[in-house]
Design a protein around this ligand. Structure first.
Ligand code: CO8
Length: 237
């Protein structure tokens, strides 16, 4: 916290281990990742990076070795961003499934100011999230985007008052947790395929997953409950 959640090796390892524990936990349906009011995360720990050399980062597989655990995490992860999300902090938020931002949120890829490119997914994910022109401008100038611009650009799903950020994120998480667990996980997996596949292949993947839902008890329960005008009782099977 004293370094604004800068991504030290220890922090990234801890995050990966926390996800390892949350993934199989039966009582966890959804995760909210947040920082402090002042900072979601100020990016890579520059004090650690300063000493690294090319042979070290290459041979030790820096970033790749622990960073993308969150991408393989199969339950939804909501980023609740207040204050700065810079460099690796913005890249971390973009690896979550969606971002809810406080009005105080500020996003940037300022790596160019310290002599590197965004190297933890920023050049690729930012361009996909907000389009080439804005992504290129942000990566080339390092300028900060405020919450309103981030919402207009589609980087964040919505902006809320800073005081209610965590409540709003937890409310969204509770809503997700009230639905059928396998359906939630398949929804996440299917939307994520849209970033990897052609439209025709993505639709094909979606259709197969949709068909498979007709084997779920929760599909029968959800539709029967609607017809009987009562709330559904999902059993996650
Ligand atoms: N690394 C290390 N320490 C940091 C970082 C950082 N990224 N950011 C802030 N701190 C420390 C400061 O050194 C300071 O410590 P101290 O009190 O000991 O001097 C403390 O946090 C508070 O910071 P400031 O005094 O600077 O607070 P301000 O309110 O004046 O400024 C800012 C806040 C704007 C966030 C400013 O600190 C800043 O610009 N930080 C650097 C932001 C940055 O350039 N981030 C990009 C880094 S490069 C990157 O992320 C590459 C991605 C690789 C991902 C790696 C994954 C493992």
């Amino acid at each position: 916290p004293s370094a604004l959640n800068a991504l030290s090796e220890g922090l990234v390892n801890d995050l990966a281990h926390a996800l390892d524990e949350l993934e199989p936990a039966k009582d966890i349906a959804c995760v909210v990742l947040t920082g402090s009011q002042r900072a979601f995360c100020a990016g890579a720990d520059i004090k650690e990076l300063q000493a690294h050399s090319f042979p070290e980062v290459y041979t030790e597989n820096f970033i790749t070795r622990n960073w993308e655990r969150i991408v393989d995490f199969r339950k939804p992860v909501i980023a609740a961003v207040s204050g700065v999300a810079l460099g690796g902090g913005c890249e971390l938020a973009m690896m979550c499934d969606f971002i809810i931002a406080a009005r105080s949120a500020r996003f940037a890829q300022p790596e160019i100011k310290v002599g590197v490119i965004p190297g933890a997914g920023g050049t690729q994910r930012l361009a996909r999230w907000i389009g080439k022109s804005k992504a290129m401008e942000m990566c080339l100038t390092g300028r900060m985007m405020d919450a309103a611009e981030a919402e207009r650009a589609g980087l964040v799903s919505r902006v809320v008052p800073a005081a209610s950020l965590l409540d709003e994120a937890l409310k969204a998480a509770e809503t997700i947790a009230s639905f059928s667990r396998p359906v939630v996980m398949m929804t996440k997996e299917t939307v994520n395929r849209s970033y990897e596949l052609t439209l025709a292949e993505g639709i094909r993947f979606e259709r197969r997953v949709f068909h498979s839902m007709f084997a779920l008890e929760d599909k029968a329960e959800g539709m029967t409950a609607f017809v009987e005008k009562r709330p559904p009782q999902f059993r996650n099977r």
